[in-house]
Design a protein around this ligand. Structure first.
Ligand SMILES: Nc1ncnc2c1ncn2[C@@H]1O[C@H](COP(=O)(O)OP(=O)(O)OP(=O)(O)O)[C@@H](O)[C@H]1O
Ligand SMILES: C[C@H](N)[C@H](N)CCCCCC(=O)O
Ligand SMILES: [Mg+2]
Length: 225
């Protein structure tokens, strides 16, 4: 099986965390050991233990291996904004080297699955001319693309797919995630995505009242074969 996967999306709020958590849960049900990694978060609560981000907490609790918050989420910003802008304000630097070092540390647990969730979309700026995609390129991590189904997602999905492939990274599959409850021509849009994205669709997740059910809509043979 692939032991490392990177979850990207067509945009922020596309459903990366919903998908990431579902994948970790499916893997755990198969008896696999898992670790989640959210290298960069923006939008955190201040707690007595430091900044805490909901995505990172979700991935931490869905990991079968006991990992600390700081291992899961080494770079955290309070404001829910583009991370490189938050870093400028707080006079911090984010770079591929620090993300790589946190990733290699988690990799040393030798989990069956090390799942990394991006932040925003594929070409997330880190500042100083670097992008989060540079980290994925450097480690040749296979990618799952989450398409947040809403008007405009066809263009976003195709541009993102093309950028990933142009970067020399494999897209092992994509997930259609219905974020817009009212989307017109929903099935036609899904059909167009299936026709236009040259990678397998791993599932269509409907708008759910309970997002814990997302795992029921995914087929992950590409990951576990
Ligand atoms: N299929 C769905 N049904 C119902 N709610 C959903 C669905 N997918 C996502 N959501 C909700 O939409 C919001 C955004 O989803 P999610 O947090 O997974 O996006 P994301 O891509 O991880 O965003 P970020 O860039 O902030 O990491 C969350 O509140 C989530 O619970
Ligand atoms: C705050 C939000 N939920 C994300 N974690 C960060 C999204 C950054 C998007 C940057 C951009 O591409 O404009
Ligand atoms: Mg998320």
């Amino acid at each position: 099986m692939k032991n490392s996967v990177f979850i990207t999306g067509t945009d922020t709020d596309a459903g990366k965390t919903v998908t990431a958590k579902a994948i970790l849960q499916i893997a755990a049900q198969r008896g696999l050991s898992t670790v989640g990694f959210k290298p960069i978060s923006a939008g955190c609560s201040e707690t007595a233990n430091g900044l805490r981000n909901e995505d990172a907490l979700s991935l931490q609790s869905a990991s079968s291996i006991n990992v600390t918050y700081d291992e899961v989420n080494p770079v955290a910003f309070a404001d829910p904004v583009a991370p490189h802008l938050a870093a400028l304000r707080t006079k911090q630097k984010i770079n591929v080297e620090q993300i790589t070092s946190a990733y290699l540390h988690l990799n040393s647990y030798n989990a069956d699955l090390l799942l990394t969730e991006g932040a925003g979309g594929w070409r997330l700026p880190l500042g100083q001319g670097q992008f989060l995609s540079d980290f994925v390129i450097q480690h040749k991590i296979p990618v799952i693309l989450v398409v947040g189904l809403k008007l405009g997602c066809l263009n976003h999905a195709l541009l993102t797919y093309q950028a990933i492939i142009a970067d020399g990274v494999e897209v092992i599959g994509w997930v259609a995630n219905q974020i817009d409850e009212q989307m017109l021509y929903l099935q036609d849009n899904i059909d167009s995505l299936k026709e236009l994205i040259p990678a397998p669709c791993l599932g269509v997740v409907p708008r759910l009242n309970n997002i814990e059910q997302a795992q029921d809509f995914l087929t992950l043979d590409v990951l576990f074969k």
